[in-house]
Design a protein around this ligand. Structure first.
Ligand code: TNX
Length: 560
């Protein structure tokens, strides 16, 4: 009797223990989404097409496997990218498997057929024990991987040492694809030179926000920045200085290839720009024979003593004083050689020929130039891109016109059937000051605060342009006042993520008041990435979950 009771008690205890254990296990598996993980899921930039949470948590551990399926080239690279990105902060050396088995605790990358997702879209599904990214192409998987980074705590961006964090991701499904195929930024490496490592960092920063184009402005009055083997003085002499008289520099063709390869591993196309027929002084300094002949009316230096003289080294910031000469055959030998060498080391389909502010080129000469550039670019198997002034030439549907200032030129380009990219100076010139107190930048177009650079739409910016002709957006950073990587970061952040969102996300429902909270939430990521951003008073920076819980004052106006 006594024995039976004891046995019963023991059974009760054991059962209770088992049940409690089971309960704990299931709690662990069904851990509800933390406020922080929820905030990250809702805070992705650019905003996804749809994002629905299911309330639980996936936790990345050292046993999580990255699994690929299918044999499409490039999928493995995305797996590698993800493993490499997650390693420093987590300290985990995640195992990679290509057997396509959807095991527990895995991140599965697989190619699917899903017409709605298009060339670059992806679907990301997070459940308690698995993450699955599917896309039609490796580039879609790559954007899915970038979204995954934003779903993890900001400490994931620590590339130097393991961080103390619980790697939790909210469960749910994100379906996402871009509005425009051209989402870019331009870096002016001519006015001030930036080396390969800086360009790589820039590539990583724009890639985080799913930009896929980097336009490099590699020649201008102040400096020529690319080795051209058939015209060696261009780099050797033309690359010797920069604005303010510093030492300048240039990329060897090997350096350039390294940039192109790095960009391509981040699914970014490099578009090199040789600015012609104006903005060409560095070439005129390098080769005397390129200077215009007597048929070009040049005002005597004495007429405007402070005006730069074409053909002499120039380290100031004035524009529109130099030109090539359309009547000299050597001009076209030069253009042919430069574009041929550049095309050979540029895998992307575009060459940018500049074409802006050719103030001392006569109009008929200018048009003749553009038409010949177009043929030369075509003969090298590329498509011509140029600033909006090229609309005056015979531009057709193969040509891409970059709108920066004049609505008239944008419409002219559209009427001729050209494609357009939008870089309105008053909105997305990243070299414009935020306000009159900004420590860097110019303001000839406008002062551009973060809200203003976000509040515009390419489809309605210029009347009379059919949506089908708009390829996308590009935010240029001219570097007259920009000397260091910190300077770059100060002007680019926090404006660039907004331009990326304009290029990626649909326009209906896009709203500054909603966006500014997501933007503020990115700041802790920028801190970990050591980005020297501008703390705009327009952005409610203190929106972290902790801060909200403590009901702290949310006005922060400090400027870095
Ligand atoms: C205009 S916009 C330029 C550049 C200057 C920039 C400074 C355009 C196509 N040309 O040469 O660097 O303004 O904001």
């Amino acid at each position: 009797m006594f024995y039976t009771r004891l046995k019963t008690i023991r059974i009760v205890y054991v059962t209770a223990g088992l049940l409690a254990g089971l309960f704990l296990v299931s709690c662990e598996r069904n851990k509800s989404t933390s406020p922080e993980a929820r905030q990250r899921f809702e805070g992705i930039i650019p905003k996804p097409v749809s994002a629905n949470m299911t309330g639980n948590t996936f936790t990345l551990t050292e046993d999580t496997k990255v699994v690929t399926s299918g044999s499409v080239e490039g999928v493995d690279n995305v797996a590698r990218f993800l493993i490499d990105k997650l390693k420093p902060a987590t300290g985990f050396n995640l195992e990679k498997s290509s057997d396509g088995k959807e095991g527990k605790n895995s991140i599965l990358l697989s190619i699917s057929k899903d017409a709605e997702l298009g060339a670059e879209g992806y679907e990301l599904t997070v459940s308690e024990d698995q993450i699955k990214i599917t896309a039609n192409s490796p580039v879609g998987l790559y954007w899915g991987a970038q979204t995954l980074r934003q779903l993890l705590p900001a400490e994931i961006e620590n590339s130097k040492s393991a961080a103390n964090a619980s790697w939790e991701i909210a469960t749910g499904t994100i379906r996402d694809y871009p509005r425009y195929s051209w989402r870019g930024s331009m870096l002016d490496v001519s006015r001030h030179f930036f080396g390969v490592e800086d360009v790589k960092r820039y590539i990583d920063l724009i890639s985080l926000y799913k930009m896929n184009v980097l336009h490099l402005h590699i020649s201008d009055d102040q400096g020529w920045r690319i080795e051209i083997k058939s015209w060696p003085n261009l780099a050797n002499i033309g690359g010797r200085t920069q604005v303010g008289g510093g030492k300048g520099g240039y990329y060897t063709q090997e350096d350039y290839k390294e940039i192109v390869n790095y960009a391509s591993s981040r699914h970014i196309t490099i578009i090199p720009e040789i600015d012609m027929p104006g903005h060409i002084n560095a070439a005129l300094v390098s080769y005397k024979e390129l200077n215009p002949g007597p048929s070009i009316n040049r005002e005597p230096a004495s007429a405007r003593p402070n005006r730069p003289v074409a053909g002499q080294v120039y380290t100031g910031t004035e524009v529109g004083f130099s030109t090539l000469d359309v009547r000299k055959e050597v001009t076209f030998k030069f253009v042919n050689d430069v574009l041929r060498e550049l095309a050979a080391i540029t895998p992307g389909p575009y060459l940018h020929i500049g074409g802006d502010e050719a103030a001392v080129t006569k109009k008929p000469d200018y048009i003749a130039f553009i038409n010949r550039f177009k043929d030369i670019v075509k003969a090298n198997g590329k498509r011509m891109v140029g600033w909006e002034e090229i609309a005056q030439g015979d531009v057709d549907s193969t040509v891409i016109v970059q709108h920066w200032h004049s609505q008239q030129y944008a419409r002219m380009a559209a009427e001729k059937g050209a494609k357009l990219i939008f870089s309105p100076a008053q909105k997305v010139y990243l070299d414009m000051q935020y306000d009159s107190t900004s420590k860097l930048g110019l303001h000839w177009a406008a002062y551009i605060e973060v809200d203003s650079s976000y509040m515009w739409d390419p489809a309605t910016r210029v009347d009379g342009i059919d949506a089908s002709q708009i390829l996308g957006v590009e935010a240029p950073l001219w570097s007259e006042t920009v000397v260091t990587m910190d300077d770059i970061e100060y002007l680019v952040f926090p404006r660039l993520p907004g331009v990326a969102e304009i290029g990626w996300s649909k326009s209906d429902g896009r709203d500054w008041n909603e966006y500014k909270v997501r933007l503020a939430n990115q700041a802790e990521r920028w801190d970990v990435l050591d980005i020297d951003y501008y703390r705009s008073p327009k952005v409610p920076w203190d929106t972290s979950v902790d801060q909200q819980d403590n009901k702290k004052d949310t006005t922060s106006t400090a400027s870095k």
